[in-house]
Design a protein around this ligand. Structure first.
Ligand code: AVI
Length: 320
């Protein structure tokens, strides 16, 4: 097992600069990557178990059935998982692949979190001793070229994480990925599909308030980096479907006029009552928007594997 660190050091000062410019923008924003400190990751884990949050409940069985359909494509290839996290999804996938195919696969988990790569790669190695594992710590959204190209490659990007990118950023990512893919390389992309809006809105406004807590946690993360005095209780969780952009938007709405201060800031950050911070977008796809993404990467959407209600899809794309 190999673990390789290709993550450039990101200084605390550039994180601070980013957060300050986002909070001084009009309208205010906070990038959704700041959700995921330790507490945020645990809250997201809790979300995935909620009754209303349907995506994992569909993606998991779909991963199993799709693996059985695609096992021939995995022969003698490098299996690269982008945003591998705890590797729980790929292990569901690998369970369905016969051992004689697995022994000629090299699995490349790629994630920005070094601890996640180290832990999950060693767990996976003990589960599948016959398989090669080469973990890479990298920001694949910025530096996709950091992933080695030795053999035929099968990329996986599960969880509809692509949906959290702005439209232009998602297209840029597909273009960059398409550029590093060789003819015949494949991508299996998880996407949450457009459906009845009330179902989507419920998934982001759960009855236990876990998504609200997850959303407000971004203020605690901001306090840690910036030394600000945000009180999460001063903000209301708001999540609604934006039809024009086919996405759920999450915002935090100030319950009253506020001045946020920090020993690190010369001037306060001011909020009017009802002013919002835009914290996340989660795009929902149609077969047309899937095809547009494939086109951006010079890829052909060969198969769209979906559940019977077409709520979530795993799209198999091939580099032409
Ligand atoms: C990680 N990502 C795909 C989740 C989503 O559904 O967009 C993040 C999330 N935000 C609120 N609930 C879940």
């Amino acid at each position: 097992m190999i673990i390789e660190d290709r993550m450039p050091e990101i200084g605390e000062s550039s994180i601070r600069e980013k957060l300050v410019s986002c909070l001084r923008a009009d309208p205010k924003v906070l990038p959704s990557m700041f959700f995921y400190d330790h507490e945020g990751s645990e809250l997201f884990e809790k979300i995935t178990k909620l009754e209303e949050y349907y995506p994992p409940k569909i993606e998991i069985p779909l991963l199993r059935s799709t693996a059985r359909m695609l096992k021939e494509e995995l022969k003698d290839c490098d299996l690269v998982e982008l945003g591998s996290g705890d590797c729980s999804k790929i292990s569901l996938f690998l369970n369905e692949i016969p051992e004689e195919i697995r022994q000629n696969i090299v699995y490349y988990p790629v994630d920005i979190c070094k601890e996640a790569i180290e832990k999950s790669a060693s767990d996976l190695q003990s589960r599948y001793p016959e398989m090669g594992i080469h973990g890479i710590t990298a920001d694949f959204l910025e530096h996709i070229e950091n992933i080695p190209a030795n053999r035929k490659r099968f990329f996986c990007f599960f969880g509809s994480t692509i949906g959290n990118l702005a439209e232009a950023k998602a297209m840029d990512f597909m273009r960059d990925l398409g550029t590093v893919m060789n003819k015949g390389d494949r991508l299996l992309l998880g996407v949450d599909m457009l459906k009845d809006i009330s179902i989507i809105e419920k998934a982001y406004n759960d009855s236990q308030g876990t998504t609200a807590e997850f959303n407000r946690n971004i203020l605690k993360v901001t306090n840690k980096h910036l030394g600000t005095n945000f009180d999460p209780g001063d903000f209301e969780h708001v999540a609604f479907f934006n039809k024009k952009h086919s996405r759920i938007e999450m915002h935090l709405k100030a319950k009253k006029d506020l001045e946020i201060t920090s020993p690190l800031l010369k001037e306060g950050i001011f909020f009017k009552k009802d002013e919002t911070i835009h914290t996340e977008n989660s795009h929902k796809y149609t077969s047309d928007s899937i095809r547009k993404m494939a086109d951006a990467g010079g890829l052909f959407a060969e198969n769209i594997f979906s559940d019977d209600r077409n709520w979530f899809s795993l799209v198999e794309m091939v580099k032409r």
